[in-house]
Design a binder for this molecule. Structure first.
Ligand SMILES: Nc1ncnc(NCCc2cnc(NC(=O)Nc3cccc(C(F)(F)F)c3)s2)c1Br
Length: 271
């Protein structure tokens, strides 16, 4: 039972614990609300940097959107408060950290088909919920996917990407590996951008690196625009088929979410 919605929260309502993640605009800490002893993640955003990057509207949008979302695979944003220097997001704590770190922790640096299909299925149901509400996440990638109790996947970060203490893919706005062609070309984008990212994620979970990964941006952009990727031998035909139906240049030709959920590869590897 999350903390009862007070009219206002303040920093000294919380005991602050260890650093959970590092962000471009501020860090995330484990925290415990003193009265209820409820454990949360407290994301600190510095107003100066938010102001300088002119993303105030984004923070408001994120808070507006996420505070109304209720889904088992979407991380809760319980409330927020601010002082004269910082904005604080009171978030659901995900005990098993980010999918990015879980992937790195795998000896093979990748997941088997059952685990990968389970994550993809959870993500699909969360995206269906968002798309039904005309919300595009636009930033699906392992750094923004958290693992809750029992390793349940949770989409997080409807604002900016949170960089774990040791994530390497730090670029000015997070890795470009997940950008669909239409965003690379700065064209208007629709919910179908999330279908492309789902395909990129499916590839990365099974292979251990992103499909268009290259030594620099330009190489990556070129490969994205040509949808140029190679699947290793060990990838099953069914997985290869699903990936090929999501990594499609024309946004409206990508496999819709309700068809992903019943794709043979998903049905074969999830209960
Ligand atoms: N184990 C864990 N358990 C729970 N959480 C963890 N990490 C925090 C995940 C987040 C959820 N939501 C977020 N939101 C934003 O960061 N928003 C954000 C950030 C900067 C700029 C902006 C804006 F200004 F651009 F909007 C908006 S980060 C971890 Br690790």
């Amino acid at each position: 039972q999350p903390p009862k919605p007070k009219k206002t929260w303040e920093l000294n309502n919380f005991d602050i614990g260890r650093l959970l993640g590092r962000g471009k605009f501020g860090n995330v800490y484990l925290a415990r609300e003193k009265e209820s002893q409820f454990v949360v993640a407290l994301k600190v955003l510095f107003k100066r940097q938010i102001g300088e990057s002119n993303v105030e509207h984004q923070v408001r949008r994120e808070i507006e959107i996420q505070s109304h979302l209720r889904h088992p695979h979407i991380l809760r944003l319980y409330a927020y408060f601010h002082d004269d220097v910082r904005i604080y997001l009171i978030l659901e704590y995900a005990p098993q950290g980010t999918l990015f770190n879980a992937l790195q922790a795998q000896p093979s640096k990748r997941f088997d088909e059952r685990q990968s299909a389970t994550y993809i299925k959870s993500l699909c149901s969360a995206l269906l919920y968002l798309h039904e509400r005309d919300i595009i996440h636009r930033d699906i990638k392992p750094e923004n996917l958290l693992l809750g109790h029992k390793g349940v996947l949770k989409i997080a970060d409807f604002g900016w990407s949170v960089h774990e203490p040791n994530s390497m893919r730090m670029t000015l706005c997070g890795t470009v590996d997940y950008l669909p062609p239409e965003m690379v070309q700065g064209k208007p984008h629709t919910k179908n951008v999330d279908l492309w990212s789902l395909g990129v994620l499916c590839f990365e979970l099974l292979v251990g690196h992103a499909p268009f990964y290259s030594k620099n941006y330009d190489e990556t952009y070129k490969k994205i625009l040509k949808v140029e990727y190679k699947l290793p031998e060990h990838i099953s035909k069914a997985a290869a088929h699903l990936i090929s139906k999501l990594l499609v240049l024309t946004p409206q030709h990508r496999l819709p979410l309700d068809q992903v959920l019943v794709h043979p590869w998903i049905l074969a590897h999830t209960k």
